[in-house]
Design a protein around this ligand. Structure first.
Ligand code: DC
Length: 220
């Protein structure tokens, strides 16, 4: 069984998917982490991103392995975790470029499908319900206003509350990323849209778990 959680940047997909996987005893697969890992691998090899070829990114991605963890899967770089590198500014700046390369989409999709073939999974991404696992049930599409997403992203990084100026700046970055990822971020016709702008995270998780259970799928 596969549950798809798609949505734009900073919509809370990964944390929600992880919590749902824990609650249902499924494995969590973060497809964006694979794009990030491939990007980090290519960044390590140096050179101007403008000149990155699809072949060179695919070759660099050979240093990435997706390994099982207690709750799901995590990509390793050269056999080691590289979470900070994958979430860092440089990778975040270039990952959209990598995610638009057809060979890299195939590379990610094959690994996600393999995980879904072998386990019950909750997969988060942009195109899970449309392209990667079109038979996933249910398909959830999380949305939230750009300002709210910016606020959440900043709260993750900051100790205190962000200023209005910081929120405005981050909102601009988020809108730009939405544009760069637009082609890959199509909502499935049968996806259930949940607007989390005014929802607490615990509430969105409870809603999705209830939806899964109410669906009559083979979930305890
Ligand atoms: O969700 P994220 O920010 O970690 O995603 C990183 C990048 O990968 C972002 O540019 C969107 C892209 N992505 C994608 O195109 N398709 C997916 N299924 C997941 C992520």
């Amino acid at each position: 069984m596969a549950i798809a959680i798609d949505g734009p940047a900073a919509s809370g997909k990964s944390s929600t998917a992880k919590a749902i996987a824990r609650e249902l005893g499924f494995r969590h697969v973060d497809s964006g982490a694979l794009y990030r890992a491939a990007t980090a691998a290519r960044v390590r090899q140096g050179g101007d991103a403008e000149s990155w070829t699809e072949e060179s990114v695919l070759a660099a991605a050979r240093m990435v392995t997706l390994v099982p963890t207690e709750l799901g899967f995590t990509p390793l770089l050269d056999g080691e975790t590289a979470e900070d590198e994958m979430r860092g500014e440089e990778v975040t700046r270039h990952v959209s470029l990598v995610a638009r390369m057809p060979a890299m989409r195939e590379w990610v999709n094959a690994q996600v499908r393999k995980a879904a073939h072998e386990h019950d999974v909750v997969v988060d991404g942009r195109d899970i319900g449309t392209v990667v696992l079109p038979s996933a049930r249910p398909k959830i599409f999380l949305v939230a206003s750009p300002g709210e997403r910016a606020k959440r992203r900043l709260l993750e990084r900051h100790a205190g509350a962000p200023s209005d100026g910081e929120i405005a700046e981050e909102t601009g970055r988020i809108v730009l990323r939405d544009d760069m990822d637009a082609a890959q971020s199509v909502r499935a016709a049968d996806a259930i849209v949940i607007d989390t702008t005014h929802l607490a995270q615990a509430e969105q998780i409870a809603r999705i778990v209830a939806l899964v259970r109410a669906g009559g799928w083979e979930v305890q």
